[in-house]
Design a binder for this molecule. Structure first.
Ligand SMILES: CC(C)(COP(=O)(O)OP(=O)(O)OC[C@H]1O[C@@H](n2cnc3c(N)ncnc32)[C@H](O)[C@@H]1OP(=O)(O)O)[C@@H](O)C(=O)NCCC(=O)NCCS
Length: 165
């Protein structure tokens, strides 16, 4: 990988992704609510699409950070997954995915999950490659980007601990 930071910049809005999926009985766990793994898979799909839109190339998942499950999701809910870039390194891309469950009968919406998911952009040889820098559009995005450096340090320390065992 080259050492220079890519001069091209893109805003989080340019790559933001919204997916919506109706939760059906086939998505349920034995308790009758939606299985957590189904939500994690959809969150990863939304995040990877945002990462690929930003990079303009394939991106693979390398870290799923702090996935929260705040409320159960009921079968029959319309799940909304909103993915937006929060931090970018050289080849790595962090995406904040927020999940809401809508009751389509009442239009009530509950925030059910969120996660930071990290992807790495790969070139045609499957090697990590530089991605466009992130151009923040507002104060919230600037805060997320600044805090992303701290989250990266924690992630790399976890990677090194896991690899040393
Ligand atoms: C992605 C992959 C090619 C990176 O290989 P690698 O040898 O770790 O590459 P590097 O050490 O050069 O790291 C490349 C970037 O990934 C980041 N990274 C690698 N592992 C990471 C981890 N566990 N957590 C967070 N970031 C990580 C590095 O910080 C670096 O970021 P930067 O370029 O922005 O500075 C390799 O880890 C891989 O193939 N993983 C499997 C991916 C996969 O199969 N995912 C599931 C299917 S999508």
């Amino acid at each position: 990988m080259q050492n220079n930071i890519n001069d091209v910049g893109k805003t989080p809005s340019e790559s933001a992704v919204h997916l919506a999926q109706l939760m059906l009985p086939e998505h349920a766990n034995p308790l009758g609510n939606v299985h957590g793994g189904v939500i994690m898979k959809l969150a990863d799909e939304a995040g990877s699409l945002a990462a690929m839109r930003h990079a303009g190339m394939h991106a693979v998942t390398v870290f799923v950070e702090s996935m929260t499950f705040n409320e159960p999701v009921e079968v029959g809910a319309l799940l909304h997954l909103n993915a937006q870039l929060s931090w970018v390194g050289r080849s790595s891309i962090e995406v904040l995915v927020r999940v809401d469950a809508e009751n389509p009968l009442t239009a009530d919406v509950v925030a059910t999950n969120s996660a930071f998911i990290v992807y790495v952009a790969l070139d045609k040889q499957g090697k990590p490659t530089l991605v466009p820098r992130l151009v923040c559009e507002n104060e919230r995005q600037k805060e997320l980007m600044a805090d992303g450096e701290k989250r990266k340090s924690v992630r790399l320390s976890i990677r090194s601990q896991n690899n040393s065992d």
